[in-house]
Design a protein around this ligand. Structure first.
Ligand code: CAA
Length: 389
């Protein structure tokens, strides 16, 4: 099910959903295992996704995007993730962590220069916040940006940058005034080919192996002061605002993984015979499928609600941090639950690389970690509920 009684989809939404589903099943699903195995970045399919408008769905046409809304974005992302979680995270970072921040906080000049290559999918965008000793506690970063006339000079080391090995453009966060802690962080737009920028070691990951992740090293990197995104000291709030959008993307990625794993289990439970009947006819398996399906549909409702809250915030200017955190928390834990149950239903063949079920299981785990762990999502939700922030 992908059209819910309380969320009837418009013709436009159905159109992008169908286009993404057809593309994902015809072009991505057949190559997903090969790219998972080799860890190669799927540049060709990403380029095609760009041509279809999937790499900048909410970016207005004038800046090279598809000019659609957040619901369109989550519908398309879910379909891509059903075929391959690696393609989905590359798409999510491009759309949410790069384009969204630039659209919301960029000047007209910055948008005209830095959006079109990324929103059209001709180049890859990334977001660089985390450092080796600054993950969940993001306000403790050590990297420095020092003003020097009309330039900033960047020094430091960033880690876990999704698309780091391949990205041409990045939104990065550095301390401009360390004494002010979070209020001393600023955001910058970086052309990665600037002298002094080095891509560090590529992470050998358990899952989403076709998505490339690396450290980034900055040694006396001079960038124009005009590349600062927002005001000096506004960087932490920009990082958090952008992550609210990003978390809706990761929730949709988790939903897509869960759906793929569920569908494989449902079909297998109908076909596999044991003790004289399909294993789905045993209540032990049937009840597993019931729980998997119910959690998937609940995750979908939370994601669509977060997407509509974000859409509303575009005009009201309000926050949707709690809605995004609830969607990511529930969808990622659903992806772990569903992929675990799907593998169990499949038994030995689920543990084999002959089926994609073990890949779904490995891919699901990261959704509970990046863009804020499940513990951070619980912190965000509980603080909002208790009126602490
Ligand atoms: N929107 C707007 N402002 C926000 C905000 C949001 N979502 N969250 C916090 N702020 C503001 C607060 O209002 C506060 O402002 P004032 O000082 O003016 O009141 C300021 O930011 C500081 O907020 P907190 O005091 O809440 O900050 P904190 O240090 O307690 O941290 C946190 C809060 C929620 C734990 C935050 O640090 C956090 O989200 N950590 C997780 C970081 C994360 O998700 N990292 C993933 C990196 S990206 C990635 O995964 C890689 C990739 O490429 C995919």
């Amino acid at each position: 099910m992908s059209d819910l009684a309380i969320f009837p989809l418009s013709d436009e939404h159905k159109m992008i959903q169908t286009a993404a589903r057809d593309f994902a099943q015809n072009e991505i699903a057949p190559i997903a295992a090969k790219f998972d195995e080799s860890g190669e970045f799927p540049r060709e399919t990403i380029k095609k996704m760009g041509a279809m408008g999937f790499m900048g769905i909410e970016v207005p046409d004038e800046y090279g995007g598809a000019g659609m809304d957040t619901l369109a974005y989550v519908l398309a992302l879910e379909e891509i993730a059903r075929a391959d979680a690696s393609h989905a995270v590359i798409m999510s970072v491009n759309n949410s962590l790069y384009c969204h921040g630039l659209l919301k906080f960029g000047t007209e000049e910055q948008k005209r220069k830095f959006l079109p290559p990324i929103a059209s999918g001709k180049a890859i965008g990334a977001y660089s916040l985390t450092e080796p000793m600054s993950g969940s506690d993001a306000g403790t970063m050590k990297s420095r940006a020092t003003r020097d006339g009309d330039f900033y000079v960047l020094n430091g080391r960033k880690s876990w940058v999704t698309s780091g090995p391949v990205a041409e453009y990045m939104v990065i966060f550095m301390m401009t005034d360390p004494e002010k802690k979070q209020k001393g962080v600023s955001a910058f737009l970086l052309e990665v080919n600037t002298p002094g920028v080095t891509r560090g070691k590529k992470e050998p990951k358990m899952g989403i192996r076709a998505s490339a992740t690396s450290e980034m090293i900055f040694e006396n990197v001079r960038i124009p002061a005009a590349n600062r995104l927002g005001a000096e000291g506004e960087g932490f709030k920009i990082a958090m605002t952008v992550l609210d959008a990003g978390r809706i993307g990761i929730a949709s990625q988790a939903l897509g993984i869960a759906e793929a794993a569920y569908e494989a289990a449902r079909v297998y439970a109908g076909e596999r015979i044991a003790f004289g009947q399909p294993i789905g006819a045993f209540q032990g398996t049937g009840f597993k499928l019931a729980d998997m399906k119910t959690r998937i549909e609940a995750a979908r409702l939370l994601i669509y609600n977060a997407a509509l809250s974000k859409e509303r915030a575009k005009t009201s200017g309000g926050r949707y941090s709690e809605e995004a955190a609830m969607a990511k928390l529930f969808a990622s834990e659903t992806a772990m639950f569903v992929t675990h149950q799907s593998l169990q239903i499949h038994g030995g063949i689920g543990y084999s690389k002959e089926l994609p079920v073990e890949r779904y299981f490995r891919d699901a785990k990261i959704t509970e970690i990046y863009e804020g762990t499940s513990e951070i999502q619980r912190l965000v939700i509980s603080r909002q509920e208790l009126g602490l922030k």
